[in-house]
Design a protein around this ligand. Sequence first.
Ligand SMILES: [Zn+2]
Length: 426
Amino acid sequence: MWIGTDDTDSLQGGCTTYVATELILKFMENGYDLIGFPRLVRLNPNIPWKTRGNGAICLKVGKGGGKRIRIGEAEGNEIVSYSRMKSQGDIDEIVSMVDDVISQHIRKDADAAFVVSSRKFPYALYRKAVREIVEIEEIKKFLDENGIAHKYYRKGRGLIGASAAISWRPVDRTYELIAYGSSRWIDKESVMEMDRKCSSTFNNYDYRNDYIAILPKAKSPVFYGIRGDDAEELVKAREMLRKAEEERWIIFETNQGTDEHLQRKKIGEIKPYESVIVRGRVKKEPKDIKGGHVIFSIYDGEEMECAAYEPTKEFREVVRELKEGDEIVVYGGVREKPFTINIEKMEVKKLADVYEKIANPLCIKCGKRMKSMGRGKGYRCQRCGARANENEAVYKRIKRKIKPGFYEVPVIARRHLAKPLKRMAS
Ligand SMILES: [Zn+2]
């Protein structure tokens, strides 16, 4: 049986993944098994009304068979998962267990919902929910027409994520080991050591900004989360950390770090709240605006503004080196106001030749340097009055400080879905 839940967290704290662990424990107590990894499915990160992170959960439960693996621990007990399902279990029993757990943990302002189904949902639903805006009516209609068990506690917005989580298929996937607990000390050196030794992990520590990225950004029951490509290495990574004892930890299979939110577009096709990959030439050169943000524009027949905001730190240094005519591919989320691409990474395809003037034109008759008659107005010899155009001055090609290739925002500024360059190489 597939169970999808969403919005069991709220902006005031709480966490959908924690409620997932509560669900798993409830199932285990009642003789149900977890099949495969629990799934943490991130959806469109640009939706204005999203809760932090916009992550939904999908669990597969039933009577398990096949290979049994340890995927976590809770209050000293193992959390295990099975590789295949022998039987589905009773849907009414499952629905009532899910309802019990969610009702108990729901926050006042959370638009929690869950969906229980014996069948998986079409992949297209996930694809839309990670890239665009899905209307709640669309989902309610789908659930009603197919007779799928579901419940929501307020307006039902959580049904979108709950259904989309069930429809995700791990074509590309990563894992996150998430730990919970109230004592929170962690030794930074051990995080750095783990980062260096566990090569399949990513986004652990930002060396330049001295930022421990495995710790949650906001108030949360999450103690830390280690992301990586290899679930087994995550278990080793956890053991390398010097830290307070966790109350529980569990490994989720996830679409984090996969770039599945991005779609290739021409500038004219870009809509707000999407995330896009778009190719163009730099038109307006980068400039710094108030707040430390750097903005510029690209052109492919139409023009679009792009921004590297202050939180992207040293990434702005690369962006500032862009010159008119550079060919680049920008990856990022689209804001509505101002209508801008918030860059997550970029590929410099081809650098334009950029020249700087080193001397005014020489007068052929007099052998003297001419004088400028003002910006863009050409030159004149002060002795004989001969004239020359702007392009007759002496120019030198300047050496560019950036090279073609990929550049990404630092670990401190990375979004859940953005694929790190480290993963793109493999
Ligand atoms: Zn002259």
